[in-house]
Structures are given as structure tokens and as C-alpha cells.
Design a protein around this ligand. Structure first.
Ligand code: GDP
Ligand code: IMO
Ligand code: MG
Length: 434
């Protein structure tokens, strides 16, 4: 297949996107991130060795793959440099393979101060952000006062811009939040100190992607977060501040929508959520604990415990529509091993109605109760199985029921964290060698 592919999360993030991107990139020339920032935590495991990536695309462990950070990403220079150093210490050569769009908006220390101040002020209503300054940076972008990567290359201009923007934000920090203002000179100096290291990485990403496309090279678009955290279509206001949907791959990278050929929707076999917000199928019982423990459900970015619950087909159906998903990739099937009964949420009860699509009003979402369909579980281990026929019959029945309820075909199943623990059902995604 010579097509491009978009990998997106269909739930509230942490579906296993990183693992699948790394697995797939063997077949691709380039991987591009198109939204989010270092709020993401994408975990890759290769022969037992774990790597967690936040900003750098999950193709970096394949020496032949180019990695690009698109304009839709909000960029922390310190986080990027730290990640590059960690990779280099682990013996992974990144030189000449990573390029960053000159149009990325920079996350600077005042964005973090604002993120923290806003969360503090919200108290009980806090979003539970990752505290990385993501929201305030996107706010600056939309308000047209954001500072872009290319501005760093003109020192005098950069200094003036930071001073002006910080004068504005310091007023807000002090007068709205009663917080301490930040001095601008250390912010300017710290950013400029990265200039020599970032300059060689700066690229015209839209043009690079266009050239790759013209040369018949395949591109993989790596989503971060998940559809239910999308700023427009997610569980607002308990969302992140970017468009996380497949459509954003075009605007956030600079390649047009006709270049997005296949959308792989990553679906965890159950549901998790980090941070606040509605979660109708959340389990605060022994089963929830079982999922959390077997699935090691702790955030890859903040280490926070993830909330766990049954798979929510109602929310998932909406995600699949929003993303025009071509095929489903069900991950963490092995985590369900040993459960006697499995439940799928097939409708929501809202007051005296039964809803099969989630409400648009976030306040209604909060009070929706799940309506479950029960399926038998399995006691055999599915861990590491790479052939569909080898899965227990009950596991196959669970998967086919999901596909049926979603009206979307199964494409890939993941049965463990390692790159190798993966089975392919859609021949379009199988390696030529398989
Ligand atoms: P991402 O943000 O979507 O890339 O997902 P994260 O990396 O934050 O979280 C997924 C977690 O599940 C990581 O610890 C992965 O190593 C792990 N994982 C991914 N796929 C599987 C799987 O099929 N089975 C198991 N047991 N773990 C998995
Ligand atoms: P990956 O790519 C899970 C959540 C935060 C919070 C909300 C807003 O690893 O799937 P933000 O810092 O973005 O303003 O926080 O979004 N969140 C994620 N949850 N996985 C992620 O990324 C997330 N990135 C942000 O927990 O609820
Ligand atoms: Mg994650």
C-alpha cells in the first residue's frame, strides 16, 4: 500500500497510540505530530526496553524514519532538548532525522505559571491539566499574540516580543490570580540559549511533506490525546486545548486533507481517563482496580493514577464518526484476561430517555448512566498472541461485538505492550513481507 495513515486516539487518551505508531512505522518514510505538545506521553516497548516520548514522534526508534513536528504542535524548547538528550543517552541517534516547523508556537514559562494559576483558582472544578502550559499557549496562538519558533532567530525582535507579551500576562497573573509576576530577562535568556541547538532542526514542514508525497513516500500522522479530549467535540470544558481529531492532521501539519488516506482509530479494550470530567462507565470498585493494576494505568506524563471503566460504545461511536475511522485497533486486550464477565456500554440513560449518541451539553453528559450489555469473559491468557485464531473464542466474540456495534472493521489487535505483541487483520496494514 502506498497510502498515508493517521493514527488517532478515540477515547480520553492513552489508548496505546505510541506503541502502534512505532509498530507501523516500519512501513513509513516519515512520522509527523500535528497537535498537542508535551502533555502527551507515548510509551514504546521493544524487546522489553521501554521508551516514553512526549514531543518527538514515535518513529524515532526506527533509524530510517524521518520525524517531523508540525505547526499545530505547541513547542517547549526545554522539553524537546531534554527528550533529545534522553534518547541520545540511550544510544538513539536523532541527528538529521528530526525537523520542527518554524511555525510552532512556543510554550514559555509564563504559560506554565498561568496553567497553574488557573487550575488553582478553579479549585474543585479544576480540569486536572498536565500543568505543561498547553492551554495558555494555545490561547496566545488564537489571540494572535503567540510567539513562534522562527521569531527566536531574531534576538532583538524576540526580546521585544517576550517583554510585550509578558507585560500582558504579568498583569493577569497579579491582578486576576494574585500570583507572582515573572521577570522577563531570564525567560528571554533561557529561550535564546537553545537557539544554536534548535536552529538546524527548523524546517518548512509543509514543503517537506509535500516533497515526500510527490516522491511516493508514505507518511504517518501521529495523533496525541484522544477524540473525547478534542477542544470542539470533547467533554468540554474537561478537554485539552487542541483539535485532536484526524482532520487536524491536515491543518496541523500543512498537508491537505486528500493526503489522509486511512484513519486508524486506537481503542483501548476498556476505558481510562486522567484528570477531571464526565466518565459514565467509570468503575470505583474491584473491577476498576483490577483494570488499573493489570493495565498499569498510571499517566506516562504526570504519573497520575488513571480512572478506569468499561468500554463506552456510545462515546466511541461518536469518535468514529468524527474521525472517519477506516479501521479499529483494539489495544490492551490482555488486560481483560481473567474477568468472568465483560460489559459494553451500549446506551446512556438520561432522565427518562435512553440515548445511543452522547449528549452535546457537557452538563448532561455528567449525569448519564450507562446501559450495559454483558458478554462472557475468558480465563486463558491472550498476552502476546499474534494470530487471531489463537485467541480464546470469548475474546474473539468480544472483539467482533465491538466491531458490530461500531459498524467499523477490526484492523489491528494489541495483546501486550511490546512492539511484537500485535496482530493484523486488515491486509492493507500488513507488512509487505508478511
Ligand atoms: P498513548 O498515550 O496512547 O501512546 O498510550 P500510553 O503510552 O500513555 O499508555 C498506554 C500504556 O499501555 C503504555 O504503558 C503501553 O506500554 C501499554 N500498552 C500498549 N498496548 C498494550 C497492550 O496491548 N497490552 C498491554 N498490557 N499494555 C499495552
Ligand atoms: P496522550 O497523547 C491522557 C488530559 C489531562 C487533562 C486534560 C487537559 O498520552 O494520550 P492539558 O494539559 O492538555 O491542558 O490537560 O487533558 N490530557 C491527557 N490525558 N493522555 C494524554 O495524552 C493527555 N494529554 C492531556 O489529563 O484532563
Ligand atoms: Mg499517553
Amino acid at each position: 500500500m502506498s497510502d498515508n495513515l493517521v493514527v488517532i486516539g478515540t477515547q480520553w487518551g492513552d489508548e496505546g497510540k505510541g506503541k502502534i505508531v512505532d509498530w507501523l512505522t516500519e512501513q513509513f518514510a516519515a512520522v509527523v505530530r500535528f497537535q498537542g505538545g508535551h502533555n502527551a506521553g507515548h510509551t514504546l516497548v521493544i524487546q522489553g526496553e521501554k521508551t516514553v516520548l512526549h514531543l518527538i514522534p514515535s518513529g524515532i526508534l526506527r533509524p530510517q524514519v524521518r520525524c517531523l513536528i508540525g505547526n499545530g504542535v505547541v513547542l517547549s524548547l526545554s522539553a524537546l532538548m531534554e527528550e533529545l538528550e534522553t534518547l541520545e543517552q540511550a544510544g538513539i541517534a536523532t541527528a538529521g532525522r528530526l525537523q520542527v516547523s518554524s511555525a510552532c508556537n512556543l510554550i514559555l514559562p509564563y504559560h506554565i505559571a498561568l496553567d497553574e494559576a488557573r487550575e488553582r483558582a478553579l479549585g474543585q472544578q479544576a480540569i486536572g491539566t498536565t500543568g505543561r502550559g498547553i492551554g495558555p499557549c494555545y490561547e496566545d496562538k488564537v489571540a494572535r499574540r503567540g510567539i513562534r519558533l522562527y521569531e527566536l532567530l531574531d534576538e532583538a525582535h524576540f526580546s521585544r516580543r517576550v517583554q510585550a507579551v509578558m507585560a500582558y500576562h504579568n498583569t493577569i497573573l497579579q491582578q486576576v490570580f494574585g500570583a507572582e509576576p515573572l521577570a522577563s530577562q531570564p525567560v528571554i535568556n533561557a529561550a535564546l540559549a537553545y537557539r544554536t541547538r534548535i536552529e538546524p532542526l527548523i524546517a518548512d514542514v509543509p514543503d517537506e511533506l509535500y516533497r515526500l508525497s510527490q516522491a511516493g513516500q508514505r507518511i504517518l500522522f501521529e495523533g496525541a490525546q484522544g477524540a473525547l479530549l478534542d477542544i470542539d467535540h470533547g467533554t468540554y470544558p474537561y478537554v485539552t486545548s487542541s483539535n485532536t481529531l484526524s482532520g487536524a492532521a491536515a491543518s496541523g501539519s500543512g498537508l491537505g486533507p486528500r493526503a489522509l488516506h486511512y484513519v486508524l482509530g486506537i481503542v483501548k479494550a476498556y476505558t481510562t481517563r486522567v484528570g477531571s470530567g464526565p466518565f459514565p462507565t467509570e468503575l470505583n470498585d474491584a473491577v476498576g482496580q483490577y483494570l488499573g493494576e493489570r493495565g498499569h494505568e498510571f499517566g506516562a506524563t504526570t504519573g497520575r493514577k488513571r480512572r478506569c471503566g468499561w468500554l463506552d460504545i456510545v462515546a466511541l461511536r461518536r469518535s468514529l464518526q468524527l474521525n472517519s475511522v477506516s479501521g479499529l485497533c483494539i489495544t490492551k486486550l490482555d488486560v481483560l484476561d481473567g474477568l468472568e464477565v465483560l460489559k459494553l456500554c451500549v446506551a446512556y440513560r438520561y432522565q427518562d430517555q435512553e440515548l445511543t449518541t452522547p449528549p452535546l451539553d457537557g452538563r448532561q453528559f455528567t449525569v448519564c448512566e450507562p446501559v450495559y450489555e454483558e458478554l462472557p469473559g475468558w480465563s486463558d491468557s491472550t498476552a502476546g498472541i499474534t494470530c487471531y485464531a489463537d485467541l480464546p473464542a470469548a475474546a474473539r466474540a468480544y472483539l467482533t461485538r465491538i466491531a458490530e456495534l461500531c459498524n467499523t472493521p477490526l484492523a489491528v489487535i494489541s495483546t501486550g505492550p511490546d512492539r511484537a505483541d500485535t496482530l493484523v487483520l486488515d491486509p492493507q496494514l500488513a507488512r509487505a513481507a508478511d
